[in-house]
Design a protein around this ligand. Structure first.
Ligand code: GLP
Length: 243
């Protein structure tokens, strides 16, 4: 098993500061880097700080390409709850990135299977992801890879777990509006990235944190595979760690 680097922080705010600084350093070292991005509540503060830094210090994303982990099937990019919309609103619209270099799976495509294959090929064509940012679901999901997903999975279509729909219902008018399916990078796609930065915050992630660190590496807890990745950093706050 590889050694996972764990950075312990006090709270969400410090996690966001550390994560943004981590990303800024990488972008400065490699202005043409390929960045893997995540949505959800966890990285919101990080994106905020990246924008502040861009405004204050001029860190440039002009040469950066991004690939997002996932998108809801059936939502177009201008749907307010789509992850494309999330990324534009919370990050891309506020920095100097070229939008055509920002990739999010297209949720409203007529052929979602073909979209998955194209997405996987696109990642390969740019040489793969240099740094993938991840959050974690309470059930150990990464991207939308729910428990039981094969560790060999490429980008694919998933049925969302009821617990995931419930967790994400807060963004929708009600749970019935949460799509039943999503396109997600697979576990194999995520594991191909050269480096991974996993962010974990809050008491409600404590069980997931514990299982990630202490549990078995098994498909029923997707994030556990990260312990086999050669270059993973976890930034976790006290509440998640359980201190
Ligand atoms: C969502 C996303 C994941 C995210 C996770 C945790 O469903 N698909 O990419 O990491 O669940 O979300 P949050 O950060 O809001 O807790």
């Amino acid at each position: 098993m590889n050694k996972v680097n764990i950075i312990k922080v006090n709270d969400y705010q410090e996690m966001s500061e550390k994560a943004s600084q981590y990303i800024i350093d990488k972008v400065k070292a490699n202005p043409k880097m390929v960045l893997g991005l995540a949505t959800g509540g966890t990285p919101e503060g990080t994106y905020k700080r990246l924008i502040e830094d861009h405004d204050q210090n001029g860190t440039s994303y002009d040469g950066v390409a991004t690939f997002n982990l996932d998108e809801y099937v059936g939502l177009s990019g201008d749907h307010p709850q789509s992850y494309r919309h999330y990324m534009n609103e919370r990050f891309f619209n506020h920095i100097d990135i070229n939008k055509e270099n920002t990739y999010v799976p297209r949720g409203n495509t007529v052929d979602a299977e073909a979209e998955c294959e194209a997405y996987e090929a696109l990642m390969a064509s740019v040489g793969g992801i240099d740094l993938q940012i991840l959050g974690i679901g309470g059930n150990g999901h990464i991207g939308f890879n729910e428990p039981g997903t094969s560790f060999q999975s490429p980008t694919h279509i998933v049925d969302l777990a009821q617990s995931t729909k419930e967790a994400n219902a807060r963004y929708f008018a009600n749970i019935d509006e949460v799509p039943n399916q999503a396109i997600t990078m697979g576990i194999a796609s995520i594991m191909k990235s050269r480096e991974i930065l996993l962010l974990i915050s809050g008491e409600n992630k404590h069980e997931a944190y514990k299982q990630l660190i202490e549990g078995e590496i098994q498909e029923n807890f997707p994030a556990s595979i990260l312990r086999n990745h050669p270059y993973v950093t976890i930034i976790a706050d006290k509440a998640a760690i359980g201190e």
